[in-house]
Design a protein around this ligand. Structure first.
Ligand code: FES
Ligand code: FE2
Length: 456
């Protein structure tokens, strides 16, 4: 039996708007799966700062779950590699001479030095301390003073390796040799993204920053639209935040989504003149700044923003994207993949977030914002963006490649610091969540609890 959307959610619904669009959304977006039976319990606060909880997360989540290590286009030719760090773990994810992608533990088998501290392209992995060297296949290639290492069996002195998988142009790694296959771990994600084809994109921007909060808090601030009217009040004339559709799919553990309509005011903002919607959207969203919009109804305005976005995207990608729906070129189509990847489906806001602990500090996280642009028709694309690390003092706006996504993230960052401190100060043992608008957060914690072996 279909579950009804929540009573009280403002109208028109995302589905009503999609149905009226000049180019209606694809089938994968044309249904709702509202949360049901998730419960209403508070979520304990210790998990956001307790070192013991963090250490257990390292063992039970990060060493057990598939996690995105890099994009495939970063590993184009043999020797291209990326260093992926999580907690104490460090991996070399590399393209071998035979063209495979493999992931080796990034530590010298002599006296333990990290073989690489940054990505790049090498012929072999040579330790900077005494020069022990491994091939791109992880086989021992050179021992300095061989006469002094009679006791080392060259055949057995290979770099240890972890599992690797690929989906959507992402490379995933898993530290657990007995883990669930990536295909089943991804659940409904590949089917849903058949429409969005992230494998046909390339990483056009990649900005990283250490943020002053637990990695889960950072992620939670970006997977609900409930905070928009207070944290980003400038957007309510063109982001229909309060009609956002939240989907928790029955029996699905690792994936959920939200759909937020843009180029349309929030119903709770009252009567908004189309003039304002146009002006504010163009003021704030650089991508739409030059769109030529004639006045008309709110629906006309949305259709025109979509037309202009389709033209602009087709030109910049050198491929015909004019068949794309309004939703795909204007709206937020945001999925989560447990534990920490947040890929967006559309081309108008082609964002992908990743969140993870910063080293072993439960009160700091690495947050990354990537932009995934469409490749040209023939698959060609500019070189993928190298990670651009901001200092903790810098703001996201210091990374101009992010466009307006940077400004919005800056508005969230101050809140992150305050949540972290507030959760230490509070005398309440748990946080209380909205049943619908924060259902993705609850769903995340239920899956987290299962991995942690905690009773939800
Ligand atoms: S520690 Fe790597 S060669 Fe000595
Ligand atoms: Fe925000």
């Amino acid at each position: 039996m279909a579950i009804k959307p929540p009573e009280g959610r403002p109208t028109p619904s995302v589905q009503d708007i999609y149905a009226q669009d000049s180019r209606p959304a694809p089938d994968v977006l044309r249904f709702e799966s509202p949360p049901a039976g998730l419960g209403t319990e508070d979520i304990s606060v210790e998990r956001y700062f307790d070192q013991g909880w963090h250490n257990l997360e390292m063992d039970r989540v990060w060493r057990k779950c598939w996690q995105m290590a890099c994009r495939v286009e970063e590993l184009q030719k043999p020797g291209d590699h990326v260093v992926y760090n999580i907690g104490d773990e460090s991996l070399l994810v590399t393209r071998t001479s035979k063209g495979e992608i493999r992931a080796f533990v990034n530590a010298c088998l002599h006296r333990g030095v990290l073989l690489r501290t940054t990505g790049g392209c090498v012929e072999r992995f040579k330790c900077p301390f005494h020069g022990f060297t491994w091939s791109l296949e992880g086989k021992l290639a050179h021992i300095p003073s061989q006469w002094d290492f009679d006791h080392v069996n060259r055949e057995e002195f290979s770099l240890p390796e972890v599992k690797v998988g690929q989906w959507g142009g992402f490379v995933f790694v898993n530290f657990d040799p007995n883990c669930e296959p990536l295909d089943s771990y991804l659940e409904i994600l590949p089917k849903h993204f058949e429409q969005f084809k992230l494998e046909d994109r390339y990483k056009a921007a990649h900005v990283c920053k250490v943020v002053p909060c637990n990695w889960k808090l950072a992620q939670e601030a970006f997977i609900e639209s409930f905070h928009i009217p207070v944290a980003h009040p400038q957007t309510t004339t063109y982001v229909a935040w309060d009609t956002t559709q939240y989907d928790i799919f029955p029996g699905v553990r690792h994936v959920n989504r939200m759909l937020t309509v843009e180029a349309m005011p929030a119903p709770s903002a009252g009567e908004v003149e189309t003039d304002k919607t146009i002006k504010h959207m163009q003021r704030d969203v650089a991508f739409h700044a030059r769109a030529k919009i004639e006045h008309g109804s709110q629906a006309d305005v949305r259709n025109q923003f979509a037309d202009s976005a389709r033209d602009k995207l087709s030109k910049s990608a050198k491929r015909d994207l004019r068949g794309m729906s309004n939703a795909e070129v204007v709206d937020v189509i945001q999925y989560s993949l447990f534990p920490n990847l947040v890929p967006w489906g559309g081309h108008g806001a082609p964002i992908c977030y990743r969140f993870r602990p910063y080293e072993n500090d439960p009160e700091r996280a690495v947050m990354e914002i990537m932009l995934l642009f469409a490749k040209a028709e023939d698959g060609s694309h500019p070189p993928p963006a190298a990670p651009h690390w901001l200092t903790e003092e810098q703001s996201w706006s210091d990374a101009p490649e992010l466009g307006s996504a940077g400004f919005v993230a800056d508005q969230d960052t101050e809140n992150l610091r305050r949540i972290q401190k507030g959760l230490r100060a509070t005398h309440k043992p748990g946080i209380t969540l909205a049943n619908y608008q924060e259902s993705r957060i609850r769903h995340f914690h239920q899956t987290l609890d299962r991995y942690m072996g905690v009773k939800p």
